[in-house]
Design a protein around this ligand. Structure first.
Ligand code: UDP
Length: 475
């Protein structure tokens, strides 16, 4: 059977972005690909990007859609995570199973799927794959360091280290091999800060810990040099790991057409005028602020960060995503309040072309929520970080940024204008050389890994070969 991969991303910006990049890489390698997006994601992609025309040049590519079980006007924000999960559980999972067993993708169809590549959190997909005997390779779009803490969850529970409530967050953690000298309770994924194990997020992570090692393989967006200390342990559980990051750099290196500055998989409209504003700023002077596509803050936190930035004296570019400020507040008042100082030395946007922003020479530091894609993009461009993690894998990532890679400052669990002002001044002035040197070195290792003969380059080739041979076995 000709190889045909079904890619099924989690319906969020970060995973969709990564999975579309993987889809393009596989198409370029001669593999047929179908991307299964939720209707809601597909509508946003089509509205804000050129994905349809971009992918139309691949005769071996197509999109399919599936319901996420939520009404069209549902906000799908991180606060409503449980509703999102419920929609998936009750609607998407059974429809997916039906599609695979009897529908357009089964061996009975003209164009059968030979390999499934779903998001690492889709445990149900492995059950379906086993039922219909199609190989499955997970793509884990969270960071390897956080995934490792998920895979260690059974041991953490057995050792009584998880769950813990929000007390004594500085207690060291001992049951995540390779991290014993620096990981504390507060650096574990946010879901672990709970009183008992009977919450839906824990349930998903436990399933993930059980299912991921059973798959044919695991794709991750990192490169060997960056995560060597974790991968060595992770391979004991999951021997077949394809580390193919930095994925966006790998894709750029394989596209033969002109520099891909404008490849976008954004679910929101990008404001590109910020790039012109950046052109007017001094080199390495601007603080770029973004908390990604899902994280939120209160209006008090917003103003605390804003005061910290203004007091630091540095110019800033701030992504104030619609819906990112939660709670009671008057948006017009906020805008009026911000007007004066922001006009003086700040630029506010609702969404920006982040890869291009980070590549701009005016950017001096990234104040980030430590999402994994943002972290990788910052490393690639040699931009040090101030980490203000919100949830999921971000607490782990920020610890690795500050303590393992030493390319930034972790201010988790605080939101204080003085701390922010000091962190900005430290990165831009006091610790500038040390931090830039470390992050640039990592960025260079990342570039080497995607160049011909590099580890990510070779791992992608191996993935392609393995997918092709899985197709042959299925025929
Ligand atoms: N992003 C973007 N424009 C913005 C903010 C973010 O294009 O204004 C992109 C960013 O480049 C990254 C993704 O959105 O690829 C965010 O993914 P990440 O894993 O960092 O965080 P998440 O949104 O999943 O929490």
């Amino acid at each position: 059977m000709p190889p045909h991969v079904l890619i099924f991303p989690l319906s969020m910006q970060g995973p969709v972005n990564c999975m579309l990049k993987l889809a393009e890489l596989l198409c370029l390698s001669g593999i047929s690909v179908t991307v299964l997006n939720t209707d809601h994601i597909q509508r946003s992609l089509i509205r804000h990007t050129d994905v349809l025309s971009r992918f139309s040049c691949y005769h071996n590519f197509r999109f399919e859609t599936i319901s996420d079980g939520l009404p069209d006007d549902h906000p799908r924000s991180s606060e409503l995570f449980l509703e999102i999960l419920e929609g998936f559980r009750t609607v998407t999972e059974p429809v997916f199973r039906e599609m695979m067993v009897s529908g357009c993708f089964s061996s009975k169809s003209a164009f059968p799927v030979t390999v499934i590549i779903p998001d690492g959190s889709f445990s149900f997909a492995l059950d379906v794959a086993e039922e219909i005997e199609i190989p499955l390779i997970y793509f884990e779009t969270v960071s390897p360091c956080a995934l490792w803490t998920y895979l260690c969850l059974p041991n953490l529970i057995k050792a009584g280290e998880v769950p813990f409530n929000s007390n004594d967050l500085d207690v060291p953690i001992q049951s995540v091999p390779g991290t014993e000298t620096f990981l504390r309770r507060r650096d574990l994924p946010s879901f672990y800060r709970c009183d008992d194990l009977a919450n839906p997020a824990m349930h998903i992570l436990m399933n993930q810990a059980r299912h991921v090692p059973r798959a044919h393989g695991l794709i991750i967006n990192t490169f060997e040099t960056l995560d060597a200390s974790i991968l060595v342990h992770m391979r004991n559980l999951c021997p077949n790991i394809y580390s193919i990051g930095p994925l966006h750099t790998l894709l750029k290196s394989r596209l033969t057409i002109a520099p891909q500055s404008s490849v976008s998989n954004s679910l929101l409209e990008e404001n590109r005028t910020c790039l012109t504003w950046l052109d007017t700023q001094l080199e390495k002077s601007v603080v770029y602020v973004s908390i990604g596509s899902m994280a939120t803050m209160t209006v008090d936190q917003f103003f605390e960060i804003w005061h910290g930035l203004v007091n630091s004296g540095q110019p800033f570019l701030w992504v104030k995503r619609p819906g990112s400020i939660v709670g009671e507040y008057d948006d017009d008042e906020v805008s009026k309040h911000l007007m004066y100082e922001t006009k003086e030395r700040g630029f506010m946007a609702e969404w920006v072309p982040q890869e291009e922003v980070l590549a701009h020479s005016a950017i001096g530091v990234f104040l980030t929520h430590s999402g994994w894609n943002s972290t990788m993009e910052s490393i690639v461009e040699g931009v040090p970080m101030i980490c203000w993690p919100h949830n999921v894998d971000q607490q782990v990532n920020s610890r690795f940024v500050s303590e393992v890679w030493k390319i930034g400052i972790d201010i988790k669990d605080t939101c204080d204008r003085f701390i922010i002002e000091k962190a900005v001044k430290d990165v831009i002035h006091l610790r500038k050389n040390e931090l830039i040197q470390s992050v640039k070195m990592l960025g260079e290792y990342g570039a080497l890994s995607v160049a011909e003969g590099g580890s990510s380059y070779m791992n992608l080739n191996k993935l392609v070969e393995d997918i092709k041979s899985m197709g042959i076995k299925a025929s």
